[in-house]
Design a protein around this ligand. Structure first.
Ligand SMILES: [Zn+2]
Length: 254
């Protein structure tokens, strides 16, 4: 790799990491705004609630753009072609953002966040009653919940919400702890997804942490404060032994 390409790759990583951090901060801000709105609603200040709702709408829009950007920036070094002409990076990034938007499965995320806000406010005076326009709720909830397919890394058995480096296979959508899954792939010519019964064959290039994964995990974490029950662990008995052994002597990088 040329030094320009290396610099570009490093810059893209740093920018993407910053955007991801920003996304998570925005998520926290949204939670605070929701609590505040609930307090205003209780105190009978609907105008304040409305102001907050407008702000939430705006923040959620930036939030999603930022998440797309975090993803797209990572792809720029791959799309970059060295040439004599100056590169129009703006154009390059915009093109990647469009691609990410086109393939994203999390486009319902934005609506869901706004929904959660409205629902929290609604519940102050109407707990247990369906919110007007509720028919779509089931659809929205299902789509997001399904995006996290396994609650534990099939290799380390750690809960997904506790992983420091969660990654997802873009083919079967299963989620793993990064280092163990990468070692698993390196050791085998046709590495299968370690989730029992999953037919996917894994490729390094198809496994990464997209920004939506972090958002979804954050979402999950905030919706269930206590650690999930260990009995939910998937059955990995047919591969578990080899894995555990190999994982022991696998602490090279980092
Ligand atoms: Zn799988």
């Amino acid at each position: 790799m040329s030094s320009a390409a290396t610099k570009l790759a490093n810059a893209a990583d740093a920018t993407s990491a910053e955007a991801q951090t920003l996304v998570l901060d925005m998520r926290k801000a949204l939670t605070s705004m929701k609590s505040l709105a609930v307090e205003y609603e209780r105190a009978g200040k609907p105008d304040k609630v409305k102001q907050l709702e407008d702000a939430v709408q705006e923040l959620v829009a930036s939030y999603e753009d930022c998440a797309y950007l975090a993803e797209a920036v990572k792809k720029v070094p791959g799309a970059y072609q060295p040439s004599d002409q100056a590169t129009d990076f703006r154009k390059l990034i915009d093109a990647e953002v469009d691609k990410v938007k086109g393939t994203s499965r999390s486009s319902g995320h934005k609506d869901q966040l706004i929904r959660q806000f409205k629902e929290a406010v609604w519940d102050v005076h109407h707990a247990g009653q369906p919110m007007p326009g509720d028919e779509q709720e089931e659809l929205v909830m299902t789509s997001t919940q399904n995006s996290i397919l396994n609650m534990h890394c099939p290799l380390t058995l750690k809960p997904i919400i506790e992983l420091e480096n969660p990654v997802r296979c873009m083919d079967c959508r299963h989620i793993y702890d990064k280092d163990p899954i990468m070692s698993h792939i390196r050791r085998s010519k046709a590495p299968n997804c370690p989730v029992a019964g999953c037919p996917a064959v894994l490729q390094v290039a198809r496994i990464f942490c997209d920004t939506f994964l972090r958002m979804e995990i954050e979402e999950l974490r905030s919706s269930r404060p206590s650690a999930p029950n260990a009995t939910e662990v998937e059955d990995i008995s047919d591969q578990g032994e080899d894995e555990a052994e190999d994982l022991m002597d696998d602490d090279e990088d980092e």
